[in-house]
Ligand binder design. Structure first.
Ligand code: GLU
Length: 448
């Protein structure tokens, strides 16, 4: 690693030794952008320090009462990572595993994810250690309102625009936005994205994350002289991202053969596609039990593998769609042994540092990271902001075409940088370098 980068990393490690996810994501990124670091301006302007730490971060308490009247206190965070190319932008995650380290890693990755969408959005993230599992609708509403009572002063259409992530979907965004409007006394539509269609949301937003990842894959295959048609894809998770990947892959003639949960994975040789199976995924998610086993009871073409991960299946494409560090060295070894040709990350930082290294450095598999393939959701969020700002609403077809174009553009920028630096099929580094250059130029242009 470049000496300056090494120094920045060791300073960061000293300051945040208790924040493993955050350090892991920064370290991986510094390794990726290493070939592009020989410009003396970076050190002179101390650019890397300013890129690896958030510009601002707030933490707050979120007190709320459950249906029985008992009081609970959760923690909330918003990390405003970078405003280099636009207002802070990124999701909110409600999950018991959320902490300062997780929101910082997410905000860091979001900045680079947003940069290549071609739309003027900075990077942010946030969330709470609140566990939505088993909560009633009214409890969710009260929690979201309390969360917004603390958050409203930091966000706004030109300041910071939150959206959903794990545990935060259209329902939660509705409650959050309603409370923001009540407090501020104005319908500032683009203060939040992922809104319902009846009050300023964008068409396609719900499936955008998964559809974007599949459009990225489609472009990647096309550029290799290959095609997405007939490809067998292993997916992990069964949330919004996995659902969107299954839906779009089916539409483009590919077949997703696995989905997974904390209880194990489903193998469905006929493919997880068609309205009934897709609705089943939504029902399993809405049920709140965080289990996928019931899918196999409903569809005879499916088998359930308790306690196992989908990476043991020999497929053409592996697409992790669940959460951080879900894929370890053993899984990476299996993926390589099974001759999987493409590894495309849809979830944020799904592989451990060691697993990622194995996959990236193997010439047998083409790799693309979530900062590229995972950008579909936020890209449509930025389109939602654009529509809100002109009080207009594009048709499905218009949004879909724009999304496809954006994802192709991200692939092309990543592939061009990979080619320039002789990185072969490592699009993860290609993407990080392209995004790094864009953000660093924007920062340099705007002075210290
Ligand atoms: N959390 C989503 C992502 O990772 C959405 C962010 C957004 O729409 O602002 O991209």
């Amino acid at each position: 690693m470049n000496l300056y980068a090494e120094r920045v990393m060791s300073q960061l490690t000293e300051l945040y030794f208790h924040e493993p996810e955050y350090l892991q994501s920064v370290r991986a990124w510094l390794e990726m952008i290493d070939p592009a670091l020989d410009d003396p301006r970076y050190e002179k302007l101390d650019l890397l320090t300013r890129m690896v730490e958030p510009e601002r971060m707030v933490s707050f308490l979120v007190p709320w009462t459950d249906d029985a009247g008992a009081a609970h206190t959760n923690h909330g965070w918003r990390v405003q990572f970078s405003s280099a190319i636009g207002p802070y932008k990124g999701g909110l995650r409600f999950h018991p595993g959320v902490n300062a380290s997780v929101v910082k890693f997410l905000g860091f990755e979001q900045t680079y994810k947003n940069a290549l969408t071609g739309l003027p959005i900075g990077g942010a993230s946030g969330g709470s250690d609140f566990d939505p599992r088993g909560k009633s609708d009214r409890e969710i509403m009260r929690f979201c309102q309390s969360f917004m009572n603390a958050l409203y002063r930091y966000i706004g259409a030109d300041t910071d625009v939150p959206a959903g992530d794990i545990g935060v979907g259209a329902r939660e965004i509705g409650y959050l936005y309603g409370q923001y409007k009540r407090i501020c006394g104005r319908a500032e539509s683009s203060a939040l994205t992922g809104k319902g269609l009846t009050y300023g949301g964008s068409r396609i937003r719900q499936e955008a994350a998964g559809a974007g990842a599949v459009y990225f894959l489609e472009r990647m295959l096309e550029q290799q002289g290959d095609s997405i048609r007939g490809k067998r894809i292993a997916v992990s998770g069964f949330g919004n991202m996995a659902w969107g990947v299954c839906k779009k892959a089916g539409e483009l003639g590919a077949k997703v053969v696995t989905v997974s949960g904390p209880d194990g994975y489903i193998y469905d040789e006929d493919g997880v596609s068609g309205a009934e199976k897709l609705d089943c995924l939504l029902e399993l998610r809405a049920g709140g039990a965080d289990r996928v086993a019931a899918y196999a009871e409903r569809f005879p073409s499916a088998q359930f593998f308790a306690g196992k991960k989908p990476w043991e299946q020999a497929v053409d494409v592996a697409m992790p769609c669940a959460t951080q560090n879900e894929l370890g060295v053993d899984d990476a070894v299996r993926i390589l042994a099974n001759d999987v040709k493409y590894y495309v990350e849809a979830a944020n930082m799904p592989a451990t540092a060691e697993a990622l290294k194995l996959l990236r450095l193997s010439p047998k598999i083409m790799t693309a990271g979530s900062k590229a393939a995972g950008s579909g959701g936020v890209a449509v969020s930025a389109l939602e902001m654009a529509q809100n700002s002109v009080r207009y609403s594009w048709s499905r077809q218009e949004v879909d075409e724009k999304l496809r174009g954006i994802m192709s553009g991200i692939y092309d920028a990543s592939a061009a940088a990979a080619e320039e630096f002789g990185l072969g099929c490592d699009l993860i580094a290609g993407n990080d370098i392209a995004a790094f250059r864009k953000i660093s130029e924007a920062m340099i242009a705007q002075g210290l």
